[in-house]
Design a protein around this ligand. Structure first.
Ligand code: FE2
Length: 374
């Protein structure tokens, strides 16, 4: 039984307006080296910095940008900081999924009134370039949503940061915007978090995948996708399902030591260029066997791309009734098998590559087997 459901078109008022993703902040062990990796391998531009040189004594942050995607890489300068504790516990990982709103104080009040756990009371930051208002609430695990109001700000990132030039010549790889961010939660917790996004942030349930959709011979997971009023924010939430062996979600929860962000999907208009460049620069991706491509023509029908290019770059293809999509998944981008990236190019399709789940999860299981965690 498949439980794929289509998004409901609704004329109801958006009860929690969010303009889009503002930034994603990672807590890392070494922000300087992480910033180099994202510039050299992924083509992000360094645009802003804060640290001892700018008067911030206990942490450093590098702000990187490509298209509409903004990453903040933050590391501790002292052993007793919460950032150091977070990295000790989780390894490098996503701390903040920041949401861009018009009124951060109101967003906070509304969310807390609807049951959100406060993480930061609204605070106003000001410098010569204007004013930013920040507030934050907790979501799954130790992850937080910061609400960022920046309509009166014209500086590089926000007060406290100084503009910076990239460390090297930057050649972007064509990444444009965050398509979706996926969270892994514990067994039995998926619905709780789906309800949180529905009740607190006014999201709608977009799609449900059960273990019949997402299972291989050995492992399974369940997933529900929620989306905000304007559709720009999409958060799939995964939980493990019973299988013969340890699922990739269980492996994540074990290594991250709790729930957290599993992958960030970034959109490109030219996946062949993007993936060629990323591979050339040393980003490694999951491997799908060549036999995957034998059934692509009958499964997907006509596509604009040359199938040989897709095969050479190991890009996956899927079709739904609105069009098709091309996607590829990186291996984890830090030592622990936790956060990874998806590169996605949508050509009409609004779905998530259900036709690729089996090949994809078998690829992940091969990696788990190499790590001895299947
Ligand atoms: Fe995804």
């Amino acid at each position: 039984m498949s439980t794929l459901t289509k998004a409901q078109t609704t004329t109801q008022q958006d009860t929690f307006p969010i303009n889009g993703t503002d930034h994603i902040e990672f807590y890392v062990g070494n922000a300087k080296q992480a910033a180099y990796y994202y510039q050299a391998a992924w083509g992000y531009r360094l645009i802003a910095y804060r640290g001892p040189e700018t008067g911030c004594r206990d942490k450093v942050s590098y702000v990187l940008e490509q298209g509409k995607i903004r990453l903040v890489l933050t590391a501790a300068l002292t052993p007793d900081s919460d950032i150091a504790r977070h990295v000790h516990e989780h390894g490098d990982g996503v701390k903040v999924l920041a949401l861009w709103v018009d009124d951060a104080a109101r967003a906070f009040e509304t969310a807390v009134a609807r049951g959100a756990q406060p993480a930061m009371e609204p605070q106003v930051l000001e410098d010569g370039h204007g004013r930013v208002v920040l507030s934050a609430i907790h979501t799954y695990g130790e992850t937080i949503h910061t609400f960022v109001e920046r309509k009166d700000y014209h500086g590089a990132f926000m007060p406290g940061f100084e503009p910076r030039e990239p460390m090297m010549d930057i050649k972007p790889v064509g990444l444009q915007f965050v398509d979706h961010c996926v969270g892994n939660v514990e067994l039995g917790q998926m619905n709780r978090w789906v309800e949180f996004y529905q009740n607190v942030l006014g999201f709608k349930l977009l799609i449900t995948f059960d273990d019949k959709d997402i299972s291989t011979k050995y492992t399974a997971l369940m997933s529900k996708v929620v989306s905000n009023g304007n559709g720009y924010i999409k958060f799939p939430i995964n939980e493990p399902a019973k299988g013969l062996k340890k699922s990739q979600i269980e492996e994540y929860l074990e290594f991250y030591r709790g729930p957290g962000v599993q992958h960030i999907a970034v959109h490109t208009d030219d996946i062949i260029y993007t993936v060629s460049e990323l591979r050339r620069r040393g980003v490694d991706f999951l491997y799908v066997p060549e036999t995957y491509y034998d059934t692509v023509p009958e499964r997907v029908g006509h596509i604009d791309e040359d199938l040989e290019d897709l095969k050479r770059l190991n890009i996956l293809i899927d079709r739904d009734d609105e069009g098709y999509l091309l996607q590829l998944f990186s291996k984890p981008v830090q030592d622990r098998p936790t956060v990874f990236y998806e590169i996605i190019q949508r050509k009409g399709a609004k779905s998530f590559g259900k036709g690729n789940f089996k090949a994809l999860f078998e690829a992940i299981e091969r990696e788990q087997a190499l790590r001895g965690t299947l």
